[in-house]
Design a binder for this molecule. Sequence first.
Ligand code: CP3
Length: 343
Amino acid sequence: MTNSILLQTLAKEKTERPPFWFMRQAGRVLPSYMKLKEKYSFWEMMQDPKLGAQVTLLPIDDLGVDAAILFSDILVIPYAMGMGLEFTDRGPEFDIPLSERKDPVAALHPEPEKLNYIYNVIDQIIATKPQHIPLIGFCGAPLTVLCYMIEGIGRSKDFPKTIKYLYQNKQTVKKLIDAITELSIIYAKGQIKHGIKVFQLFETHGGLIPFELYEELFFPAVKKIARAVREEGIPFIYFPKDIGTGIQQVTPDMCDFLSIDWQTPMDVARNMVDKNIGLQGNIDPRLLYADQQTIEKELNKYVEFGSKNQDWIINLGHGFLPDIPYKNARFLADWIKKTDWKR
Ligand code: CP3
């Protein structure tokens, strides 16, 4: 038995309300984070165990979430493969994108030890977090990570060089996927060894290419990462954003829970996704730009779904945006807790 409502739901046990956490919950939506950002850069905060742990745990008090997610980034994997990385005002930037390399596979030098600083952050989080709040670990899924590695700059959502590269160099892309997958598995196992209790795989750019191509190239990698994590007894959440009807092809050997984006209503997703897979999602974070009356009206539409579906984790359809008013994020969290879920 566990006293975590999130772990209970992941174990398909009954709870009085759905558990919740939010993608990008530790970030610019929190005034407490903005205060720290006046003094420290993002890189500094994620590399320092004390600061990293402090930021990771901020949303527990500030939002009342049921889980903490490690304060880090998906791009630590290319960094640990030798790519020079900086977080600038324009977003993440790599010094030499793989699109500029003659032999991109040879340009990579995976060094798992270059991830050790993150395990120190995890140790500090475990030592200081409330006992009933589990820590979620994560990494990026291979397509999303590859997008940034090939493109070099991360503000673009279109990744035109990546798509061109993918169609022109499929065999090289397969080797790159294997290299990312291999290091991601080592990293996931390291996180588990240091005490994370849930793992989420972020495939933010899953909708970039036709689903058939995504399935052919990337499903095998997702399966490998999922197997490695679940072997250790850790539940696995997969977030393939924008794959549309592709959610029907996700099989129980790929995840325990599937995170749904805002395009697909939860009840429609429930009918499409394999019954053995639980769901997470899918509030549009931009709803939180609206006034609270409008927000509440939209949220009330989730109550029926929540009353009928125990295997549901409330989350956003994608992460908080930096300029969402904190008071509305807090309103959402409080609404989840005060609602009668009729369970
Ligand atoms: O969710 C959390 O609160 C945990 C921490 C976390 C961050 N990034 C911190 C972060 C997680 C899980 C991520 C994942 C991530 N990083 C993804 C996948 C999920 C998603 O949001 O799409 C992607 C695509 C990245 C790559 C990345 N990191 C981009 C494109 C950017 C710049 C754009 C932006 O949102 O600012 C980052 C920087 C980043 N990662 C910040 C944070 C808090 C902003 C740093 C700052 O405050 O300046």
